[in-house]
Write a protein that binds this ligand. Structure first.
Ligand code: HEC
Length: 145
């Protein structure tokens, strides 16, 4: 009996250690993701502004869409504070709207994928505007300045 209790206590202690120390810090992970997203988007805008080969933008645009699809999963309950997060409480109190704002970025990224794959420079410019609007709309509602 004592042995069993001791073993159970060790399992609990070990899993506590595991959850505290292993695995990524989700707040930092999402912040790094947004920083990479911003760098990706800046590169896309630079190529378009320089009238470069828009076909090269298909890969970076797909990456933006993939990140957009996982944004809501990077804001679970319990990650509203810490790591200097700028996430506003509305992320959790209006989570349906937050999911819609993430989906809007996904849709704009899909437009960008399509236009760049087609080599359609005007379509790329329009999609870039849609992506920028999606970033701004979410930040106004869900991110502190
Ligand atoms: C669905 C909402 C949403 C969308 C869409 C969104 N963001 Fe954000 N963004 C946030 C939130 C919330 C934070 C704050 C995250 C934190 O600090 O925990 C953030 C943080 C950032 C940061 C700061 C990252 C850091 O270093 O801490 C940058 C840069 C950024 N976003 C750029 C962008 C760009 C560029 C786009 C569009 C391509 C975009 N975001 C789209 C919600 C969004």
């Amino acid at each position: 009996m004592r042995k069993f209790v001791l073993a159970a206590a060790m399992v609990v202690a070990a899993s506590g250690v595991a959850s505290a120390q292993s695995g990524p810090n989700l707040i930092e992970t999402r912040q790094v993701g947004f920083a990479l997203l911003a760098g990706d988007f800046a590169g896309i805008r630079a190529v378009a502004a320089a009238k470069g080969d828009v076909k090269t933008l298909e890969g970076p645009a797909k990456a933006m869409g993939r990140y957009a699809a996982i944004i809501p999963s990077l804001f679970p309950q319990g990650t509203a504070a810490g790591n200097n997060t700028k996430a506003l409480p509305e992320v959790w109190s209006k989570s349906d709207d937050f999911k819609k704002a993430s989906a809007a970025l996904g849709e704009a990224s899909a437009l960008l994928v399509k236009a760049s794959a087609a080599g359609d420079a005007a379509g790329v410019d329009a999609a870039i505007k849609a992506v920028g609007d999606a970033c701004g709309a979410c930040h106004r509602a869900f991110r502190a300045r």
